[in-house]
Design a binder for this molecule. Sequence first.
Ligand code: NAD
Length: 345
Amino acid sequence: MDLQPIGQSVVHGRIQPSAPIAVGILGFGGLGQAAAQVLATKGEMRLVAAADKQGYAYNPAGLEGITCAAVYQRQGSVGYLDPGGTLSQESIGDLIAEATQVQGYFLALPNLPNSFMAAVVDQFIAAGWRGVLVDALKRTSAMEQIWARREALQAAGITYLTGCGATPGLLTAAAVVAAQSYADIHSIKITFGVGIANWEAYRATIREDIAHLPGYDVDTARAMTDAEVAALLDLTQGVLTLEDMEHADDFMLELAGICDRDRVTVGGVVDTRNPKKPLSTNVQVTGRTFEGKISTHTFTLGDETSMAANVCGPAFGYLKAGAKLHQRGLYGFYTAADVMPQFVR
Ligand code: NAD
């Protein structure tokens, strides 16, 4: 279905807000629940659908994020929501078929295995669904799989925005802006600090981070039991130090024409036992100006901002931007480095 007009229109000299965008969240773990909380504060978007592995909830008049989170935490699935919930082992496919009013989804799903998000995209295309999809995908090789579907997305009438979290996402977009001072980009270095109180709140994020450690890959990290993850974290006092990660910021910046991917590096420190960030998340963009000066721009996130704030805010900002593209008939594949996010009120 096509999107309703969004944002504002001027009628008789007065700004009129139009109908809020009907939004669904796929994946209702750490990020999905935080995303629902973010939406509760917004007038321009309304949460109407949510899905996890065991079920889904749908109400075109709106879902209460707090209630959904309470049901999920108590019973393990939003499918237990009453009324509005349905238990299903095919929750994504069933929700796409039932939730005809959803105009855009935030895909807060784990990408385990590494082809999972691409398989979800195929489900949307096969269902004949039209609208905006936004992900917070991290791995380069996973994003390349979405990119390979760009023509199919275009033909399907889907506006797909990928890499719209923090990194990739907010920091990649900041690097695009910072690059404008230079004639040549020498390096883009992203360093993130994440502090969370316990790893169980973000199981997929932590498993996907473990997959970057020496001796691990996506499949071994996916196969680890919760007890094995906890045992590994015990060995490091809960801290994961990650270097030279396979992060799609490189692919996005190359596609955007900023620099070759080998000039982009991503690493960080994740403390799974302390919500305080172990270091300040930043991106450093080094280049040469047209006068021949070498310099570095640094963009640093406030230490008080959580991973959830820095992922969910941009994800919805890009969803709003995507809705405008969709309205104009602009479908296909975009990254957070191609489009400016909008601010959702
Ligand atoms: P999580 O483990 O807390 O939750 C995952 C959710 O997905 C759960 O609700 C689970 O039931 C659901 N799910 C799993 N398989 C499903 C299926 N087949 N159908 C429907 N639902 C399913 O995950 P999280 O820690 O919130 O992370 C989500 C994703 O966000 C991860 O891939 C992570 O890498 C990514 N992430 C990106 C950034 C960024 O800056 N780009 C930052 C943090 C996390």
